[in-house]
Every structure is written in C-alpha cells, then in structure tokens.
Write a protein of this length. Structure first.
Length: 300
C-alpha cells in the first residue's frame, strides 16, 4: 500500500492503550521496535471491526491473559513517517489507537515485576525521561497527552435576548456542551462536526457546514492525571431551510425528543457562567468563538 501524501509504503497498525489509574500505561518490550511499546498489531484493511479486534488481541497477547469482557473504543489516529525495522525502508505508519477498558484494573491481573521487565506500567510523567521507549510509542503518547483535536457542531438561533446555542448533556465534559467528536482520522473538521450532530442528536437530514474557527483550552485530565491541551474546531452548521429552530414543534427537536437526547438552547448571556448553570466548564474557553460565529450567522 502506498501513501499518496508521502509517496511511501504504508503499514496499518491497531494500537492498544490500557491505562491503570494507579500505575499508568501498560507497555511491553517489542524487539521489532527496539524498545517498550504499546501492544499493537498489523492489520490488512482499514475496517473498524478488524482494527478494534486486532487492538484487543494485541493486548491479550502482551498481557498473556484472556481479558474476558474487555472492550475497545477509538481514541485517536496518527499518520507518522518512520523507518521499517524489518526492511530499513522509509515507511508511513497509519496508527489507529484504541482505548481498552477491562473489567478489573490491568495491574490486578498482569504478572509483572516492574517496568524493567518484559512488560510493565509507566506513569504519564515518566515518559519524558524513560529510556528504551519506541519512537512510535512516544508519538502516540504525545498525541494523547499533548494536543487533542475536537470538532464542535455549532447550531445557533435568534432568541428573545439574542443568540442561543444548541448544547447536549455530556458527562465527559462535565455539563452541557456543543455536539462534539474527537478528530481521530485525517478527515476535515467539518465532516467530524456533521457526524457528531448526526450521532448525538439522531438527526439525519442534510446540514450545511459554514465557517470554521479554532479555540484552545488547557486543563487537568483526571483520567490521565496530567494537564492536556485541547484544540477545538468550531464548525458553523445550518439546518434545512424547512426547519425553524424557534418553532417548538420543529422536526429537529422532535427527533432529539424521540432519541431521548438531553439538550438545551443556551442563551449567550449564560456563556459567562459555566459550571453554575449546568454548562461544561470548558464552555468558557470557546465562548468568544461561539459569539463570533453567531454574529456572522445572523443569530445575535
């Protein structure tokens, strides 16, 4: 397989990331990569079922456990040029990274004598100084712990006191937040924003993507016990001309009601006080961009 952007052979990899809150990331020594690495497997086709199964199998093999009940969900995607350890040729590695959840913390099941052995755990703060880490593992960790790319679907309407924004209840964001999707592949943000709207609201009709603006937010991640930078791509989306968002019986809201979606139209005045009015604290970081898009869309 050739990568048309880099013009080089490619390798498709499924990567398993298992994080134990008390011990860190699970790594295993991989002689092919000449260092400690996340469990990974080569995959023949870019198919989510194949990739997730391969990531689970890679972790099972590395941990030497059946891991019954473990599940995999897409976490991120990287396309990184490197050098094949087998052939010495420059190769593009397309790495689909999956987060593996296990019924019990992995440290309770894995037999290990510490990170200096064939397998073990490494906490996030240890990656900066750890020896014998494979280059592709450093690339994955950099993606997970440094920049997170997220597409946001911005739907606004003109309310009694100005612009109002559609937000959904997201436990991961700690409150109401615009429809969101991690950008895990090399697709454009507008496609991810449209996908987020379809998946999280149940609304399948065509929407038109408009202007995209960017916002950044750095905050503490309790999951990985470290500070992370998020890059939000806010994409203005327009509903069909046949739908009036101010009509209480419009098809868009009816579809959300049918799907059981918890949503709210948030007035612009509420953006200044997230956390106290049920909004995600992260709303504060994207409020200026939301207001700018609303003004240009005629919602203000």
């Amino acid at each position: 397989m050739m990568d048309f952007l880099f013009g080089q052979p490619t390798r498709l990899l499924a990567v398993a990331v298992a994080f134990d809150p008390d011990h860190g990331f699970f790594l295993t020594y991989n002689p092919r990569w000449k260092g400690y690495a996340f469990p990974m497997r080569k995959v023949a086709a870019e198919d989510d079922a194949l990739l997730s199964a391969a990531a689970l199998d890679a972790l099972r093999e590395a941990a030497e456990l059946p891991l019954a009940g473990a599940s995999a969900r897409p976490l991120t995607y990287l396309r990184v040029p490197g050098v094949s350890g087998r052939t010495g040729a420059r190769t593009v590695y397309r790495m689909h990274v999956y987060e593996i959840d296990t019924p019990l913390p992995l440290s309770m099941e894995v037999s290990t004598r510490g990170f200096a052995c064939r397998r073990g755990f490494l906490r996030p703060e240890g990656f900066a100084t750890a020896d014998l880490l494979s280059w592709n593992t450093r690339a994955v960790v950099g993606e997970l712990l440094e920049n997170q790319e997220v597409a946001l679907a911005v739907i606004c309407r003109r309310g009694p006191a100005g612009a109002e924004f559609l937000m959904l209840r997201y436990p991961n964001y700690g409150g109401y937040f615009p429809p969101a999707s991690r950008i895990r592949t090399d697709v454009e943000a507008r496609y991810e924003a449209q996908k987020a709207l379809r998946q999280d609201t149940g609304y399948r009709a065509r929407v038109v993507a408009g202007e995209t603006v960017e916002a950044r937010d750095e905050h503490f991640s309790p999951r990985y016990d470290c500070r992370r930078t998020f890059v939000f791509h806010l994409v203005q989306l327009a509903l069909s001309d046949r739908i009036d968002p101010n009509d209480p019986d419009n098809a868009f809201e009816e579809r959300m009601h049918q799907a059981g979606v918890l949503y709210r139209w948030v007035p612009a005045a509420d953006l200044a006080g997230p956390g106290v009015n049920g909004l995600s604290p992260t709303v504060r970081s994207i409020a200026p961009q939301l207001l700018a898009l609303a003004g240009r869309a005629g919602c203000a």
